[in-house]
Design a protein around this ligand. Structure first.
Ligand SMILES: O=P(O)(O)OC[C@H]1O[C@H](O[C@H]2O[C@H](CO)[C@@H](O)[C@H](O)[C@H]2O)[C@H](O)[C@@H](O)[C@@H]1O
Length: 346
């Protein structure tokens, strides 16, 4: 218990420190201030209950009761973990690395790497990111961790074939040390279209200053952090124009980024379930999965987590990240509702 507490404390400490100007004492207090500071608010947080309501607001307070912050309830969380098998899921951008202007330079600090490594040596740990799996590995460089890239559509997980998929989408893999894995890629059939779309997006947006298109393998990110606000409409129209030709794709929104994803019912939450299943822990009542993330797509991952009384939000991390950006928002074009059954298209 003691060692478990130390490993998590180290991880939380690293997350707190990556927030510019953060100290361990001002952390919680700064959140409500950040919500009202127009200069530091990130577009992404505006519609979140945590950000629209005042700390004295009763609905905000009741929301907090249902979604206690992991940092504020750290001790409770640890005592709830007594006797449980812990599995740790982590987002990358904004969680293990700070939000920075250049997506190619979102490096992880050495102290964060060592904290994640320590946690991963004690508990099964996976990083689930919107980035390509290779890119996240390039940043993290830890072999102790499982990786899921492309919002969970590219998983390198435990070597367990699942009957549910009848061998479909699963291929065997191993690393240089001879460790076995299974790669799970439920969106393989979309790869040719994604390649095509990448070319079209690059052509259509090349004249708009500041656009950056990132190939995340099973999805595409169109970054607009450096685009002039007066060009937002033009960018939006051009992306929409390309997307209109590809009916089996849809858009979701992140921090100053539009994410183009295949329309299948598969997100970070499904990746969490898949990993628990392949770890042989899906139906065990003594399992405590912990997910830490800062973005809206991470909320998909909270959904499959069991018993609400053991679920904690990372709203403080969200607010912490929100203070690092200040540019205005590009409205979301479309966001499809997820259907409930795999393998539906959505
Ligand atoms: O699921 P995640 O790992 O959080 O990935 C979401 C997006 O993260 C990255 O973009 C974000 O971080 C960049 C670096 O700090 C920042 O410059 C950008 O504005 C953010 O949106 C990544 O580059 C995207 O591809 C992911 O979709």
């Amino acid at each position: 218990m003691e060692t478990m507490m130390r490993s998590f404390a180290k991880l939380y400490h690293s997350m707190r420190l990556q927030r510019p100007g953060a100290t361990t004492t001002d952390y919680i207090e700064s959140i409500s201030k950040a919500r009202h500071d127009k200069n530091v608010a990130d577009d992404h947080t505006k519609t979140h209950p945590c950000d629209e309501l005042d700390a004295s607001d009763t609905s905000y307070n009741s929301w907090l009761i249902e979604h206690p912050s992991a940092l504020r309830c750290f001790k409770d969380m640890i005592s709830n973990a007594k006797g449980k098998k812990i599995v740790v899921f982590l987002d990358y951008d904004g969680t293990l690395s700070p939000i920075v202007n250049d997506p190619n330079r979102a490096f992880m600090s050495d102290s964060m790497r060592s904290a994640v490594c320590e946690v991963a040596r004690r508990f099964p740990t996976a990083i689930i990111s919107g980035r390509s799996r290779d890119k996240v590995y390039e940043f993290v460089k830890l072999d102790e961790v499982y990786y899921a890239g492309s919002h969970g559509m590219d998983i390198r997980g435990p070597p367990r074939q699942l009957k549910t998929y009848d061998g479909k989408y699963q291929t065997k893999d191993f690393d240089i040390k001879g460790n076995d894995y299974v790669i799970f890629q439920p969106a393989q059939e979309f790869l040719p279209k994604i390649k095509e779309m990448l070319g079209e997006l690059e052509k259509k947006t090349s004249k708009i200053q500041g656009v950056m298109i990132e190939d995340n393998r099973f999805c595409i990110s169109v970054h607009y952090r450096h685009v002039h606000q007066e060009d937002y409409d033009m960018l939006q129209e051009r992306v929409q124009c390309v997307l209109a030709k590809y009916s089996s794709f849809h858009l979701t929104k992140g921090k100053k980024v539009m994410e183009i994803r295949p329309s299948i019912k598969w997100n970070k939450g499904d990746a969490v379930e898949y990993l628990l299943d392949t770890l042989g822990l899906a139906s065990s009542s003594d399992v405590l999965p912990i997910y830490i993330g800062d973005d809206r797509t991470d909320e998909d991952a909270f959904k499959p987590l069991p018993s609400p009384n053991l679920s904690f939000t990372s709203s403080l991390l969200r607010a912490g990240v929100a203070t690092t950006t200040s540019t205005p928002t590009l409205p979301l074009l479309t966001e499809s509702a997820a259907s409930t059954h795999w393998p539906h298209r959505i």
